[in-house]
Design a protein around this ligand. Structure first.
Ligand SMILES: [Zn+2]
Ligand SMILES: [Zn+2]
Length: 342
């Protein structure tokens, strides 16, 4: 499978005569392992800060303002609209609304919420304190004089661009793809599939997102609230809905374009990376020009424990297997670097 990742995700294959040409896959493996090791050390360094961070999170005025975000009326409206559209104009008419995939994604949504409560919230506060204390030289000083709305709008745009690059990397670096593959594995895309994320991938995404917002001096409330509000949109474009939104597709990600991003077909691989604004894919040539196809989705690794391959009563089992999947791939990556036995 690692070979398949390496060969299908933009790396060079060995020469036919067996000689070792420049092998980018090896470089990517080493970079991935080093990157992950650094990340784990960084997380470990933040752990002692977490209890204090929890206290500041509870004390901070900004956090006390957040209950309205938890209620997020837009989120509930998004649910209702997406359900109606899945019934009215399904991308895959054979897929039931209460599919096995939706049930599995409900499990991922619960894990996501739990992860936010026990770790991510305190992590975000600790990270913000860490950046302000040790990386303040990176802060965009001139942004301080801008009106808060402009600061926020610029941060949203930069965050979206950085999110595009971060998404591109999660496809190209094998160790990161092992995490991101969990999100891509849904064969029955539905309005909860945006919550199908491995907890470690969540930490990477939050780190990148928050860093951008902190560097621009955006208020914490907005930094935390923005992704929650945006989640209504990501919920919508993951739903089983047949629309490319007409001319809006030139600006925004659509259910059609994101379905192509999740496509299991080789011709769609590594296209449409954008998460909110589709402009980045047009600028960097990663847009898929076919705007009328609604391909099958999932990942092509035969080892991936898709819930659709198991009886419904095995859902908890496939859920745990999906959670463990990145570790299986990482173990394979490390084995790949060992010399072949004689
Ligand atoms: Zn992706
Ligand atoms: Zn997605």
């Amino acid at each position: 499978m690692l070979d398949s990742i390496a060969s299908t995700r933009g790396t060079s294959a060995p020469a036919e005569d067996g000689s070792t040409d420049f092998d980018l896959s090896g470089l990517l493996v080493v970079a991935s392992v080093l990157g992950l090791a650094t990340t784990f050390v960084f997380w470990a360094a933040l752990v002692p800060l977490l209890p204090t961070a929890w206290q500041s999170a509870l004390d901070a005025l900004e956090i006390r303002r957040l209950p309205w975000v938890a209620l997020n009326p837009l989120g509930y409206l998004g649910f209702a609209v997406a359900f109606a559209l899945e019934w009215w104009i399904p991308a895959d008419p054979r897929q039931r609304i209460a599919s096995r995939g939706l049930l599995q994604d409900l499990g991922w949504a619960a894990l996501n919420a739990l992860w936010k409560i026990v770790f991510l919230t305190a992590y975000v506060v600790a990270l913000r304190a860490f950046i302000r204390a040790h990386l303040s030289f990176l802060m965009i000083e001139s942004a301080a004089s801008w009106p808060p709305a402009v600061r926020f709008a610029v941060a949203v745009l930069i965050d979206d661009f950085v999110g595009w690059g971060n998404h591109w990397l999660r496809h190209k670096v094998p160790a990161l793809w092992a995490l991101h593959a969990v999100h891509h594995s849904q064969r029955e895309l539905n309005l909860l599939s945006d919550l199908r994320n491995h907890p470690f991938e969540q930490v990477i995404k939050e780190t990148v997102h928050l860093t951008v917002f902190v560097l621009f001096g955006a208020p914490l409330t907005l930094s935390v609230a923005y992704p929650l509000v945006r989640s209504s949109f990501t919920r919508f474009y993951h739903a089983n809905v047949r629309t490319n939104l007409g001319w809006l597709r030139y600006v925004l990600v659509t259910p059609q374009s994101h379905r192509v991003h999740h496509s299991v077909l080789p011709e769609h691989r590594d296209t449409n990376f954008a998460t909110t604004f589709s402009i980045w894919d047009r600028l960097f040539g990663t847009v898929c020009r076919d705007v009328d196809v609604y391909p099958p989705t999932g990942v092509d690794d035969p080892r991936f424990p898709h819930e659709q391959d198991q009886p419904a009563r095995e859902l908890p089992h496939s859920f745990v297997a999906q959670l463990v999947y990145p570790f299986v791939v990482w173990a394979g990556l490390l084995r790949q670097r060992r010399p072949a036995p004689r």
